[in-house]
Write a protein that binds this ligand. Structure first.
Ligand code: AP5
Ligand code: MG
Length: 216
């Protein structure tokens, strides 16, 4: 199963990807996580990406297209993959389709999580992420067993640099201008499923699973 998760910042793409990894045994390809790892490691790509990410703007298309193209060719993608946060612009979607054609693959479904933008600011303010394994939590909606400590691996939980309210608002605007057109794009391809992302994490999960069960 080859999937795309679409949705604004805080919509729940990363949260739902964790369930899909377990259910289908396929890897998550999160461009955000890959870019954050590059920033942490201080690679040349990370240094370039940092300023864009800190301001809530997008990293240039050619950078992300390059890292996804390389990632899709790894062995663990042979049974499928979950694209989280990519594509994010029409040129990225076109490049993805071209790459998949070359690899003799196609996207089976694009899941768009629809959410109330104002509620997302609160969601992102309460988000905490594990500094070691990357597991995601929410102080109210999905708290760790022990405050500040990852339930899965015991490492410290941190807040993402781009989750400050002002940066979040810019990320929302960037989403509306550059990424929202992809909903129409994948409707036209005939593979889009819109799922209400404001329901509980469990309900969103079962609605995604139902949509994928009925996916032609
Ligand atoms: P990226 O890391 O992809 O961030 P994003 O798209 O802004 O999305 P988030 O990760 O913030 O949200 P999410 O939908 O994963 O929500 P989550 O599940 O964590 O990108 C970061 C930056 O990298 C970009 O700004 C850009 O600079 C760059 N970048 C990345 N990809 C790029 C690309 N393709 N092109 C160019 N630049 C790129 O959930 C959020 C919180 O809510 C959590 O605390 C969670 O526990 C909670 N939650 C989730 N679901 C629910 C629910 N149903 N009810 C209650 N709480 C919930
Ligand atoms: Mg995410």
């Amino acid at each position: 199963m080859n999937l795309i998760l679409l949705g604004p910042p805080g919509a729940g793409k990363g949260t739902q990807a964790q369930y899909l990894i377990e259910k289908y045994g396929i890897p998550q390809i999160s461009t955000g996580d890959m870019l954050r790892a590059a920033v942490k490691d201080g690679t040349p790509m990370g240094l370039k990406a940092k300023a864009c990410m800190d301001s809530g703007n997008l990293v240039p298309d050619e950078v992300v297209i390059g890292i996804v193209r390389e990632r899709l060719q790894k062995d663990d993608c042979s049974q499928g993959f979950i694209l989280d946060g990519f594509p994010r612009t029409v040129p990225q979607a076109d490049a993805l389709s071209e790459t998949l054609q070359q690899l003799n693959k196609k996207i089976d479904a694009a899941i768009a999580l629809t959410v109330d933008i104002e509620a997302l600011v609160e969601r992102l303010a309460g988000r905490r992420t594990c500094s070691a394994c990357g597991a995601g939590y929410h102080l109210l909606y999905d708290p760790p067993r022990e405050s500040g400590v990852c339930t899965k691996c015991g490492a410290t939980l941190i807040q993402r640099d781009d989750d400050k309210e002002e940066t979040v608002r810019n990320r929302m605007q960037v989403y509306a201008q550059q990424t929202l057109p992809l909903v129409e794009y994948y409707i036209n391809v005939g593979i889009l499923h819109e799922i209400a992302g404001m329901d509980s994490i469990e309900t969103v999960r079962s609605n995604i699973e139902a949509a994928l069960r009925n996916n032609p």
